[in-house]
Design a protein. Structure first.
Lengths: 411, 361
């Protein structure tokens, strides 16, 4: 009865493959049939088991259904997976009738990836198409349940790359063992937080820096370009900086790669936990890097203090009923300049940062002046009210005296 | 003749003020240990007049729409000459008025001044107290700021818990399923037209009754009067009036001090799509009721706890209206300790729940 229901649910494309496999006790054989009857992009577009596995789906017995003479291939592995998928996905004419905008160079990209190259050398453990997309129950990449949906990519990659056993034996270019901490590092990063807590699907995950089908570590010289894809202004500033020539790994030197933490002004220091410490000495006043860091940091901290003070002053007089909308706008403008100054830090030229800070300080001075005028108005109001209160209390006393006088006269 | 005497003589010639003069010279106010409570009513009336005057001034600039309400109040407090002062006084006076109205209510209740023949004075007074709460509730939303918006959502939500008619009442108050510009329009109409009209009529009736029936005396004193004891009298004019004016000035001084030291804040404009700010609660005079509803279990005897609570408050309000007819002892001029205990317990309950509600998270 169950088989009948399954067959009916699957529609006219269902065949003896599903009927037979669904009844198997061995889950390795039964699970593909079960998954294929669930949401599957291929089945929904009219493809059946035979399109990938070959054989005769109309045959009632296993021998005939699995007949190699009928091109039965069984379970494709390794390069056969890529070849099987590429038969359709690299066929521009065929793909046009299903997904006209979809690229058809995945197999070419894959061949250029670390995965593809190692597969070509006979490594059977590397990822192929099905490792990331699944073989049965395949969903569109835009489906939130797909393993390659942005929020799931890190877990999908991590299923291999965070597994020390699976990664055992793989080495980096310098001969050191391939680390397996990328997933845990990424989960601490500002990018992961933006993706999962901020619901920002454009936040980078593994494939945004490494590529997806052509996955490989970015070349050392290409890191700034990779980060600059999103952080264009920072990359532009960094390009003009003195560090451009010194930092082999570009942005990664200061910000890290997988565990990119939320940057703070405290990073800009050659003392304590400052990011400049590995190269510059906070004690050495002849160290230009130390002097530059201290100068830029001092400028930024000074502006922050002034912004906080101006904000508190505005809040105080606003609550007392003084009009401050223009000053609030100016305060936002000064805040934007602080952000701009932080961007300028990537040029590592204190005069450029100082110029932006000076501009912002000019705006804050205007706000402070307006705030002082507001405070003066507030004092004027209070004086007026105090005098009124005094006058009222005088009348109260006079009335009390009059009442007492009348009472004495009566008695 | 002084100009004042000349004016009075001129009016007397035309209107014959003999009766008024007679009323002023003959009217007396009994003097006893509890006479201090007499002044609360006058102070409440004074603050009501302050509310009317400052309210009319605010009306000149206020615009009752969701798009403009906040900005118009902002304009009043920042651009209009002395607008900040008028709004400050209006806000503080509203709160003082309700506090004094409650004090007046409890003093009258505990002195049993509602007993025959002052049942109608009590009735008009209780209705005025409810109206003042209505003024507070409707006026709180008008600045259309974050706190007032969400507090009104909570407040009108409580009306939605009334059994059977809850959904209708909620939609009637809100002008829809949610607090929107339609709610603001309704509250505005209620605050500046309907409530003032009814309140003015009730205040006039209340004052007329007080003047007609004279001041009540405490029950103990009345018993002694019946036994032949005399009660000293104070002349209404100028002795009592001067004391009343003195009390008004004290209220005015209190208002000025509050406006001076604690200017009323405007807050941020209401954003219906923003998350509810933490610690949203109604104005202090609804806190006891609000917190009681929060403390009730979800179900009481098979009914929803909130519904039972709202019904209980409705029943208590109805009982208050009929207190003069329920207190049979006072009606016959005898002591009624049960009502005294009930009044004290009610006062303790309100004060305690208000304080607890204020500090509750």
């Amino acid at each position: 009865m169950l088989l009948l229901v399954l067959a009916l649910a699957a529609g006219p494309e269902m065949n003896s493959c599903v009927t037979c496999h669904a009844s198997q006790q061995d889950q390795r054989l039964a699970r593909p049939a079960a998954l294929f009857t669930q949401p599957d992009v291929h089945r929904e577009r009219g493809f059946a088991c035979v399109d990938c596995h070959g054989g005769d789906p109309s045959a009632p017995d296993k021998t005939r259904a699995h007949d190699p003479a009928l091109l039965f291939k069984g379970k494709p592995t390794g390069q056969a997976v890529v070849t099987t998928c590429a038969r359709c996905h690299s066929d521009a004419e065929l793909m046009r009738s299903y997904a006209p905008k979809q690229r058809v160079d995945q197999a070419t990209e894959y061949a250029a990836s670390i995965h593809g190259k190692r597969l070509a050398t006979g490594d059977p453990r590397v990822a192929t198409c099905v490792s990331c997309h699944g073989a049965h129950g395949v969903r569109l990449a835009s489906d939130a349940k797909s393993p390659v949906f942005p929020t799931n990519v890190a877990t999908t990659c991590g299923s291999c790359h965070a597994d020390p056993e699976r990664m055992g034996g793989y080495k980096l270019a310098d001969g050191s063992p391939l680390p397996t901490s990328q997933l845990s590092d990424y989960r601490r990063s500002v990018h992961f937080a933006a993706m999962t807590k901020g619901n920002d699907l454009s936040a980078p995950t593994c494939n945004d820096c490494h590529g997806n089908h052509g996955a490989a570590p970015p070349g050392v010289g290409a890191i700034a370009n990779v980060c600059g894809t999103c952080h264009a202004v920072f990359a532009q500033k960094f390009e003009t900086s003195v560090h451009r020539q010194i930092f082999d790994k570009g942005c990664v030197e200061c910000h890290g790669n997988h565990a990119v933490l939320k940057p703070s002004d405290a990073m800009l220091s050659a003392n304590g936990h400052g990011i400049c410490v590995p190269c510059h000495s906070g004690e050495d006043q002849s160290d230009h890097g130390n002097v530059a860091a201290e100068q830029m940091r001092g400028d930024i901290e000074g502006l922050k203090v002034r912004l906080d003070g101006a904000g508190a002053l505005l809040a105080r007089i606003k609550n007392a009923g003084i009009e401050v909308s223009d000053e609030e706008l100016a305060l936002r403008e000064a805040g934007s300049k602080l952000t701009l100054a932080r961007t300028e830090v990537h040029t590592f030229e204190p005069p450029r940062v100082a110029a932006v800070i000076a501009d912002a300080n000019g705006v804050v001075t205007h706000i402070d002046d307006a705030g002082q005028r507001g405070l003066a108005e507030l004092r004027y109001r209070r004086r007026g009210l105090s005098m009124s209160l005094g006058a009222i209390l005088l009348v109260v006393v006079a009335l009390a005296l009059k009442v007492r006088q009348i009472d004495r006269q009566r008695s | 003749m002084t100009p004042l005497q000349q004016t009075v003589a001129w009016l007397d010639e035309r209107l014959d003020l003999t009766e008024v003069r007679h009323f002023i010279s003959e009217k007396g106010v009994p003097v006893h240990a509890q006479k201090i409570w007499y002044y609360l009513g006058g102070m409440t009336l004074f603050l009501f007049c302050v509310q009317v005057c400052t309210g009319i001034l605010l009306l000149l600039y206020y615009r009752p729409s969701a798009a403009e309400a906040y900005e118009s109040v902002q304009f009043i407090v920042t651009k209009v000459e002395f607008g900040w002062l008028i709004r400050n006084i209006h806000s503080w006076s509203a709160n003082l008025l309700i506090a004094l109205a409650f004090a007046h209510f409890f003093s009258v209740f505990l002195l049993k001044s509602y007993r025959k023949p002052r049942e109608l004075t009590w009735l008009s007074g209780v209705l005025l107290l409810f109206l003042m709460l209505g003024f507070g509730f409707s006026g709180y939303l008008l600045p259309w700021n974050e706190l007032s918006f969400f507090a009104t959502k909570v407040g009108t939500g409580i009306a939605g818990a009334v059994p059977f008619a809850g959904h209708f009442l909620l939609r009637l108050l809100r002008g829809g399923d949610d607090v929107t510009g339609a709610t603001l329009s309704r509250f505005y109409g209620l605050h500046v037209a309907i409530l003032p009209a009814v309140a003015t009529a009730l205040v006039a009736a209340h004052l007329l009754l007080v003047q007609r029936q004279g001041m009540s005396v405490p029950l103990d004193l009345e018993i002694r009067i019946r036994q032949g004891e005399g009660v000293p009298q104070m002349r209404f004019f100028p002795d009592y009036i001067l004391r009343d004016v003195l009390a008004w000035y004290v209220a005015l001084a209190l208002l000025a001090a509050l406006a001076l030291f604690y200017p009323w804040e405007l807050g941020n404009k209401a954003d219906p799509f923003a998350a509810v700010p933490p610690g949203i609660r109604p104005e202090w005079y609804f806190l006891a009721m609000f917190h009681t509803l929060k403390l009730l279990p979800s179900h009481i005897a098979g009914f929803e706890g909130e519904q039972v609570g709202v019904l209980a408050f409705g029943a208590a309000a109805a009982l208050l209206v009929f207190v003069p007819f329920l207190d049979r002892h006072a009606l016959r001029g005898r002591r009624s300790p049960a009502f005294t205990v009930a009044g004290v317990l009610g006062l303790v309950y309100l004060v305690t729940l208000t304080i607890v509600g204020h500090y509750a998270k």
